[in-house]
Design a protein around this ligand. Structure first.
Ligand SMILES: NC(=O)c1ccc[n+]([C@@H]2O[C@H](COP(=O)([O-])OP(=O)(O)OC[C@H]3O[C@@H](n4cnc5c(N)ncnc54)[C@H](OP(=O)(O)O)[C@@H]3O)[C@@H](O)[C@H]2O)c1
Length: 274
């Protein structure tokens, strides 16, 4: 037979647990508040060493209350870009190496964010490369949403059917494209023709962003078209300056809490994916 339980002891134990939980919560809130005061919001920009990415870093850093992590795959180019921004009086920019195609590099950045800031408020997924070498120059027109350039109606509909599209199906579609590319049937299957790998990759990342937006409704996950911008990617043939292109991206990155998610923005306005 066990000893009868003492009501007072049980009550005391409960009070101790509640006080302990309360103090943990207070400490956590104090640490969040301290981080908030020290760094403000923390923003990561990929491919921040030049072009639109560098402009996005400059404009975000000019916004008081944001610490910008300018990332670049090349340490020297990234450090030089941070130096350039610091010379313009923007001291709230920090460099960290990131190659978006290299898993260990991504893990190192995640660890850095966790230990140094314990959070990430804004991610501008900007880095990309065209994957082509120009011989005559790029297409002389502004491209709108990349899905518009798909000629295969079934594919277009599938990418736009966001309630049923899954990341596994998106992987299948990308594998299908790679196979068609190798088999030289890109045109016959209705994939985009000029710059096809670039356009298919962009359509896939737009669709994946929408899947993520649906999966994480508490976050705001949107896509932004910067316009046709004079950068190295367009061999400076665009219609907008990097400053103008960057401002279209920054406007979306700074959308207020509670605003739209899973949307596509073009020229500062919400537009359709297809
Ligand atoms: N320019 C336009 O008209 C236009 C139109 C529509 C969309 N966009 C999009 O806007 C974004 C910026 O383009 P941009 O015109 O500014 O091009 P950009 O001047 O060529 O800059 C591209 C940036 O991405 C970086 N990058 C490439 N591969 C990377 C990798 N594996 N890991 C990390 N960084 C990498 C480059 O770094 P390195 O210096 O090391 O190469 C560079 O910093 C891209 O997503 C592009 O598709 C541009």
């Amino acid at each position: 037979m066990g000893k009868p339980k003492c009501c007072f002891c049980s009550l005391l134990r409960l009070v101790v647990v509640i006080v302990w939980l309360f103090s943990v919560l207070v400490m956590k809130l104090a640490s969040v508040r301290k981080l908030e005061l020290e760094f403000g919001r923390v923003a990561v920009v990929t491919g921040g060493n030049k072009g639109i990415g560098l402009e996005v870093c400059r404009q975000l850093a000019g916004n008081s209350g944001i610490t910008v992590i300018l990332t670049a795959r090349d340490e020297a180019r990234g450090a030089a870009a941070v130096e350039k921004l610091r010379e313009q009086g923007l001291s709230n920019v920090v460099f960290h190496q990131l190659d978006i195609g290299d898993a260990p590099s991504i893990a190192r950045l995640a660890e850095f964010l966790k230990t140094r800031f314990e959070k990430l408020d804004i991610l501008v997924n900007n880095a990309a490369f065209g994957g082509v070498e120009y011989i005559h120059g790029p297409e002389q027109r502004s491209q709108t949403s990349e899905e518009e350039l798909f000629r295969n109606e079934e594919l277009k509909q599938e990418l736009n059917d966001i309630d049923n599209l899954t990341s596994e199906r998106l992987d299948d579609l990308l594998n299908m494209f790679l196979k068609d590319f190798e088999d030289n049937v890109v045109e016959a299957r209705g994939w985009p023709m000029a710059f096809s790998a670039y356009k298919v990759a962009k359509a896939a990342i737009n669709a994946y962003s929408r899947i993520l937006a649906r999966r994480y409704p508490m976050l705001r996950i949107n896509c932004a078209h910067p316009g046709y911008v004079k950068t190295d990617m367009t061999i400076k043939s665009g219609l907008l300056t990097p400053d103008e292109g960057g401002s279209r991206v920054v406007a979306v990155a700074l959308l207020p809490e509670g605003s739209t998610t899973g949307a596509f923005f073009e020229d500062f306005k919400e537009s359709s994916f297809i």
